[in-house]
Design a protein around this ligand. Structure first.
Ligand SMILES: [Zn+2]
Length: 323
């Protein structure tokens, strides 16, 4: 069990064994921190055939639930190529939860990420939430619950899964996947170990190291933002933008006197080279734009041009970069 989720899991275990599982749970997770893991755990608790020792791990209910092959367990997620969960998917889930259970116990529905439901889609769950059939458990997993309608939120019991520490995340990944470059990969994507659950950390770590080098070189006037932008646009732009974001965040954190209003970031170790110009306000502005571009990557746009515009802002003013 991921160490940082143990308290939430223990609370649910207590409720299940006492026969007091809620009808609806909202798992509010930091991105990649394990909300889905907790939702699956809740399902295993509900579907175990020995409630007093749930999840016993050995009954048919536990085994099927663990393998996601339980007839009373449904998971709803965006269909391929879509970022949204469709209203039809939720109507189907709602109807499914209203039927009698196959195994004679609980029926469980998991919606993830629940913030991928628009308002209309979320309303399709209202009947289930307002008049929950006996022994049903609906679990919504969301990183931004504020995007869900209040009518839905008010009917869910809330559990929070915060991001683990770097050490906890590394320990968990090492335990489930074996030794690897977890530390370096987490440095690229942030404390989101579940995003690495099926990933190879090596190329991520490499992309991270390359991106940092490129950013430092551009800031020092030693690299061409245009060439870098073209390279990044072709190769994992989302990952590169995440690296860019982390790189900026680090500089904002490390810059001296952040308590003051807009102190200049001196041409020091952070932005070496003559004519380093970015001050803290500019770093924040750039950070916002990098984040914005990262969320807009799947709409049609000229990625190379958009990246170039951002990378150029790092280059020292008037730096002539040799072609
Ligand atoms: Zn069991």
């Amino acid at each position: 069990m991921p160490e940082w989720i143990a308290p939430q899991a223990a609370a649910l275990t207590g409720a299940a064994r006492a026969g007091r599982l809620p009808h609806a749970l909202l798992v509010h997770e930091a991105p990649g921190a394990g909300g889905d893991w907790l939702a699956h755990y809740a399902a295993r608790l509900a579907l175990c055939q020995h409630p007093a020792e749930a999840p016993c791990g050995s009954c048919t209910g536990c085994r099927r639930a663990l393998a996601w092959q339980h007839p009373d367990l449904a998971r709803v997620a965006p269909l391929e190529d879509s970022r949204q969960i469709r209203i039809e998917q939720l109507r189907e889930l709602s109807a499914e939860l209203a039927l009698t259970s196959h195994a004679g116990g609980y029926k469980v529905g998991i919606v993830t990420p629940a913030d991928a439901m628009n308002r209309f889609a979320a309303n399709a769950l209202l009947k289930t939430l307002e008049e929950p059939p006996a022994r049903t458990l609906l679990v919504l997993v969301a990183t931004q619950p504020s995007r869900l309608p209040p009518t839905v939120l008010s009917r869910c019991q809330r559990l929070t899964v915060r991001a683990p520490t770097r050490a906890q995340a590394v320990a968990w990944l090492t335990e489930v996947r074996g030794a690897g470059e977890w530390e370096a990969a987490l440095a690229v994507i942030g404390e989101a170990p579940m995003l690495l659950f099926e990933a190879d950390p090596k190329p991520i770590a490499q992309a991270g190291a390359e991106s940092r080098e490129t950013l430092a070189a551009i800031a020092a006037g030693r690299a061409d933002p245009v060439a870098a932008a073209e390279r990044w646009a072709r190769n994992e732009p989302a990952l590169r933008l995440r690296c860019f974001e982390n790189w900026l965040t680090e500089r904002i954190r490390r810059s001296p006197g952040t308590g003051n209003l807009m102190p200049e970031v001196g041409a020091g170790p952070y932005l070496p080279g003559p004519g380093a110009f970015l001050n803290i306000r500019e770093l924040f502005g750039l950070l916002d734009e990098v984040r914005e571009l990262r969320t807009a990557l799947d709409v049609p746009l000229n990625r190379a041009l958009a990246l170039e515009a951002l990378l150029r802002r790092l280059a020292p003013r008037g730096a002539g970069v040799a072609a």
